[in-house]
Design a protein around this ligand. Structure first.
Ligand SMILES: [Fe+2]
Length: 205
């Protein structure tokens, strides 16, 4: 039998101390939660490798099916947190008034402020999840999406450009549950627009 290739993910580290309106304490708790997703992704993969080795990869096996179903939650929980922490900085340069990302957002929404208002509106939706500005890699158009939990609403093949966590754990130590809009304004104050811009792909490639 061929050797199975197992990839084990290693948690990333960020130096985000001193964000505006998002405390270091919140970040420490949040990094811990993120590491839990990395751990559980690795664990699920290990358990599924055992199923493969044992020849138990049948959809009728409830254990195999449940492990497989959980991949969407754990993988997206890991990956979306990496996009989120990667698109923040304690040295934010302020909202862009020119450049590739500014122009792409303006082309898709009429102007930057209309995009921002729409994105904040998506982030303010009831429930726990994510607001994500995705780029359609074919047309270059950007659209804002609501993701329930971590896995329900992601668009296959689209590029996450600006990623905002709006689970309550992202702000509950700093704001009341009803003050999510204050957290969203803090998020905007800390966006690393350069990092977000670097995610853009050339449409049609
Ligand atoms: Fe989170």
């Amino acid at each position: 039998m061929a050797t199975l290739v197992t990839e084990s993910y290693t948690p990333k580290k960020w130096d985000l101390a001193g964000l505006q309106g998002i405390s270091d304490n919140t970040l420490q708790v949040h990094f811990g939660l993120y590491e839990g997703y990395v751990k559980n992704t690795n664990l699920l993969n290990e358990q599924l490798q055992e199923k493969i080795k044992a020849g138990q990869t049948t959809g009728a096996d409830p254990h195999f099916a449940e492990l497989t179903r959980r991949l969407g939650f754990e993988y997206n929980g890991m990956v979306l947190h990496e996009y989120y922490f990667d698109n923040m900085t304690a040295n934010a340069a302020g909202t862009p008034t020119s450049g590739k990302l500014h122009d792409a957002l303006a082309a898709s929404f009429g102007d930057f402020d209309t995009w921002k208002k729409d994105f904040a509106g998506v982030g303010g939706m009831r429930g726990v999840g994510w607001a994500i500005a995705f780029q359609d890699p074919k047309s270059g158009r950007i659209s804002n999406h609501w993701i329930t939990l971590h896995e329900d609403g992601n668009v296959a093949g689209y590029k996450p450009i600006v990623v905002m966590d709006v689970w309550e754990h992202a702000f509950l130590l700093d704001y009341k549950p009803a003050e999510r809009s204050k957290y969203i304004e803090s998020f905007f104050a800390n966006v690393n627009w350069q990092a977000a811009e670097s995610r853009l792909v050339t449409p049609g490639t």
